[in-house]
Design a protein around this ligand. Sequence first.
Ligand SMILES: Nc1ncnc2c1ncn2[C@@H]1O[C@H](COP(=O)(O)OP(=O)(O)O)[C@@H](O)[C@H]1O
Ligand SMILES: [Mg+2]
Length: 313
Amino acid sequence: MRSERTARAQLDEILVSRQIVMVTGKGGVGKSIVSAALALRARELGLRPLLFELDAPPRTSLLPDGKPAGDDVEELAPGILGINQRSEDAIRDYAISTLPSRTVAELLFENRVSKLFLRASPSVSEMALVGRVAILAEKHGADGPVIVDLHATGHALSLVQAPAGIMKVLRGGVLHERARRIEEILSDPQRTAFITVALPEELPVTELLELRARLRELRAPLGPVVLNGVIDDPAPLVADEVVAHLETGALKHAAHDLRALRTWARRAARESERLKAALAQEGTELLTLPFIHDELKPGALAGLLAARLGGAS
Ligand SMILES: Nc1ncnc2c1ncn2[C@@H]1O[C@H](COP(=O)(O)OP(=O)(O)O)[C@@H](O)[C@H]1O
Ligand SMILES: [Mg+2]
């Protein structure tokens, strides 16, 4: 399909030219797997990407033949760097880098009350995080994008709003200046792109459309949409009457399952169409990734999806 090709080309262009690629969408839609697939695709394009995970649970690697990301940036698989950023570390680094002396910062951070305060203030913790992404992007930006696997939907919004939140409180000074610079990077379509991911289900699609509307209001540069987990109509050639007939005989249970599966697939198709129609209105491209039936390890799954990003059928 032409539009799929356009979407793939756009995605490639984003990987090649942006410093920061934020991956966002409802929980469970495949953000982590898609982020890993994007990193693999970026490597395929000759880049050296950095996969930025955030407080990820300990797990096996998201990359084929890779190792799980740790607390510091390291090479997870040949040509792909990665980190599992702990937000607490990000907040501490932010404090250290912005306060007059490291000792003061550490004292402050070790103080239980201020620690609670820092945690409780969303702008501070989000700013710390986005600041960390920006620093890594500056360091690695020339070699490839930092691909950020964000938490669920609301997180992207709070990250985008963090710099303004800081600037409202601190009217001047180093922190204000830094927040201003980061806001500039996050809203610069030459440097940043937000890739939104959905599944062909009602809530993820609705949430994605709302999220995109909000991000647009906040002037975040939006990239193409990834519709993950798309399943073709199962057994499209078996007519409804045949299924109905089978349901009366010995194959009753199998026929029942088949009917349920088809109902599910049709509902998914309706949601895909709803998403496509909404995106067509705003001129946004949609890239679909298939539902993979085999139970694969995350790395193998990401590998398959990366091949699709490259145009494999
Ligand atoms: N295209 C796909 N086909 C089959 N399973 C998938 C696909 N994409 C993701 N999954 C599975 O769905 C689950 C959620 O994916 P994950 O990337 O962890 O989502 P998120 O990061 O958005 O919460 C995982 O078990 C993952 O292996
Ligand atoms: Mg995840």
